[in-house]
Design a protein around this ligand. Structure first.
Ligand code: SF4
Length: 342
């Protein structure tokens, strides 16, 4: 289970503007009743949301909520954060560990999924709880912290690329992140660090000047992979945060999940790609849903996904077309379902 970001140290009243993200993290909406009232939604949504939030708590930061249309229960951004009864139904093929990540190496803080890359579990918390998340049941509390995971990489040898994942690695404060980057930079074999994060999209104030400085100072090539699923997630503040990251990183990429009721149409995905490119971010992957327990109502079947992708590829230049892919347990790499865009 994702860990509780409320345990983050709360800034004092006189917190600096650079600490605003911490306050926004703490102030995230966690009560279904508050969410539904704040967004002027029908009261009958409260009871199912309360039921579903018992197994996977609601967490929705206010900068993200501000982009949701009040009074619209079908809003595609709302759908990503609103707990629903559908999550409580079991479905064949959907499980708590859909990618078989909780195997023998579990607990070390390092996942060795693909050759040439190590994935380091930097934190077990997230700023937002996405209802389709395949790691919603991941036993983060059993994982070693990032320092211990780094001990292991230093002792056993690290590959050329280390991926910081989680949870969300940008929940580490700037000092911790800087310490982590310095230790990685001291491992001769490591050339690149990749950071998978949704924070710049859901709490853009996280992209502080200090964060940009730390990312820009390391000898490592830095790649940021953000996660946005719908063009309305990229408001002007998010756009500025992403463009700022681009000035200090080697690349900023986006991955999306193809989600029923959120972005399962070519026009929405095309607008997302265009919007990302406006702020210097390249579309990278469009993932088919991982079959995590509680997420079946988001599924778009592979055939429909391919048809959507083909239509998307017809409407955009190739560099704006993300690769359609799925992850398969034990596979040596992601399975790209369609060849490169024409
Ligand atoms: S999808 Fe990413 S940001 Fe969302 S809850 Fe899962 S790990 Fe956190």
């Amino acid at each position: 289970m994702l860990t509780d970001t409320a345990r983050q140290p709360k800034p004092g009243k006189a917190h600096r503007a650079s600490e605003r993200w911490r306050q926004e993290l703490v102030d995230a909406v966690r009560s279904p009743t508050e969410l539904i009232r704040r967004l002027e939604l029908p009261e009958e949504l409260v009871a199912p949301a309360e039921r579903a939030a018992r197994s996977f708590p609601l967490r929705a930061p206010k900068p993200y909520l501000a982009r949701i249309r009040p009074g619209d229960p079908h809003d595609p951004l709302l759908r990503q954060v609103l707990p629903m009864d559908a999550e409580l139904k079991t479905h064949p093929g959907y499980s708590a560990d859909p990618l078989a990540e909780q195997g023998e190496r579990s607990g070390s803080g390092v996942l060795q999924k693909y050759a040439g890359r190590s994935l380091l579990i930097a934190t077990g918390g997230c700023a937002i709880h996405c209802r389709y998340c395949f790691r919603r049941c991941f036993p983060y509390n059993r994982e070693a912290g990032w320092r211990t995971a780094l001990d292991r990489l230093e002792a056993e040898g690290a590959p050329e690329e280390v991926v910081l994942s989680g949870g969300d690695p940008l929940l580490l404060d700037d000092q911790a992140l800087d310490a982590c980057l310095r230790r990685l930079a001291n491992i001769e074999a490591v050339r690149r660090v990749r950071i998978h994060t949704r924070l710049p999209v859901v709490i853009p104030s996280r992209v502080t000047a200090a964060l940009a400085r730390h990312l820009g100072q390391t000898r490592l090539q830095t790649v940021i992979v953000v996660h946005a699923n719908h063009p309305r997630e990229i408001d002007p503040e998010v756009g500025s945060a992403l463009a700022r990251l681009r000035t200090v990183c080697s690349a900023v990429l986006n991955q999306s999940v193809l989600l029923r009721g959120v972005n399962d149409d070519p026009a929405t995905l095309a607008t997302l790609s265009e919007r990302l490119f406006e702020v210097d971010v390249l579309p990278y992957y469009l993932h088919l849903l991982d079959p995590g327990a509680g997420a079946a109502h988001f599924d778009v079947d592979s055939q429909t996904g391919q048809a959507i992708w083909a239509e998307l590829a017809r409407s955009l230049p190739g560099y704006l077309v993300p690769r359609l892919a799925r992850e398969e347990p034990g596979a040596a790499a992601k399975t790209v379902i369609t060849p490169d865009a024409p």
